[in-house]
Write a protein that binds this ligand. Structure first.
Ligand code: KG4
Ligand code: ZN
Length: 320
């Protein structure tokens, strides 16, 4: 089955063509980051307008890459939520127009399920699977006993982890999206820890990241008031250490409690090298549990993950 995926929920205009949930025939992503960078974050109205300007050429490029005709597509899958409403509407309209014009069925896909299925490109799922979802808008631990069967064990009570990374980057004067820059600074730091930030942990599977964000801000203000130079490498290291310790501890706890066979990591922060290293060494101590990350290019928004999720949603139905 050949699925055409369409993704326009935020600031990437993306179209992909994937066969049987695995074989990538086309993968086109037009990123608007350079425009939104000027404003320090995504400007919804600009994002919608850019999607309109780009969507047709991104469709055309995908068909050029795949070397197939519209009539070869069996199913269209488009992100319908969550996301910026004006941006989503562009992809939804393009996908439905394409499906009506070519008499091909069209289904709506949850963006978060798409991030989870980005892992399927790297490895098959062995259930029960535990997904640690760490995106710009969501932080969740999700238990999957079968395909398209999602049971949320816990989620963030306030900020998402990607959002916290971007806000911390912003107060350190780094350009949007700053998550990857904080990750790089943290990894480059070789000295002893200078800043000791609190760890916001709890006994359940929920998360909270607004406190650590304020702790970083307080540390910056304290240094400014005392006229001390801030060590941005050490501060990034302390922030990353605090955040990843909670993410990893809760993931391992849930993996043991629910006897999972596989842990997968989903969303933009799955690209975080500090999280990857820490989780890899923690999972090594678990017997019979494999760990899967999406390829770096499928961590952030793309349409391959929507086509893969659409393939499984069509096959197994949405059990939620
Ligand atoms: O999953 P995504 O596209 O967002 C939503 O769907 O909501 O991920 C974008 C987020 C941004 O917050 C970005 O800063 C973060 O992922 N991100 C990272 C890294 N790469 C991307 N955060 C921390 N470390 C990284 N290496
Ligand atoms: Zn996303």
């Amino acid at each position: 089955m050949i699925v055409l995926g369409v993704e326009t929920s935020c600031d990437e205009t993306a179209v992909a063509i994937v066969e049987d949930g695995k074989k990538i025939l086309a993968d086109v992503v037009y990123s608007q980051i350079d425009i939104h960078k000027l404003y320090g974050g995504v400007v919804p109205e600009i994002a919608s307008r850019k999607h309109i300007a780009k969507i047709i050429s991104v469709f055309d490029e995908a068909f050029k890459q795949a070397g197939i005709k519209a009539s070869d597509i069996d199913l269209v899958a488009v992100t319908t939520h969550p996301g910026l409403i004006g941006s989503l509407l562009v992809g939804i309209n393009a996908a439905y127009a394409f499906s009506l014009a070519n008499n091909i069925p069209c289904i709506g896909v949850d963006h978060i399920y798409g991030h989870i299925y980005a892992n399927y490109v790297s490895a098959d799922f062995t259930f029960p699977t535990l997904a640690l979802v760490v995106s710009g808008g969501h932080t969740e631990l999700v238990l999957m006993k079968d395909h398209y069967d999602f049971n949320v064990l816990g989620e963030t009570m306030d900020d998402a982890v990607g959002e916290a990374y971007d806000k911390v980057a912003r107060v350190m004067g780094l350009a949007y999206p700053g998550g990857v820059k904080v990750d790089t600074l943290a990894l480059e730091y070789q000295g002893k820890p200078i800043y000791h930030l609190p760890i916001y942990d709890s006994d359940d599977y929920n998360f909270s990241f607004s406190g650590i964000k304020s702790a970083v801000l307080n540390q910056i203000n304290k240094c400014h008031m005392k006229g001390e130079d801030l060590n941005y490498h050490a501060l990034s290291y302390a922030f990353q250490d605090s955040v990843t310790s909670v993410l990893v501890r809760k993931t391992i706890k849930a993996a043991i409690e629910y006897n999972v066979k596989q842990i997968i990591v989903a969303g933009g922060v799955a690209a975080n090298k500090g999280l990857r290293a820490r989780l890899t060494s923690a999972v090594a101590s678990l017997d019979g549990v494999t760990l899967t990350f999406p390829e770096f290019r499928y961590c952030t928004d793309n349409a391959v993950m929507i086509a893969v999720a659409g393939y499984f949603q069509n096959k197994y139905g949405d059990k939620n």
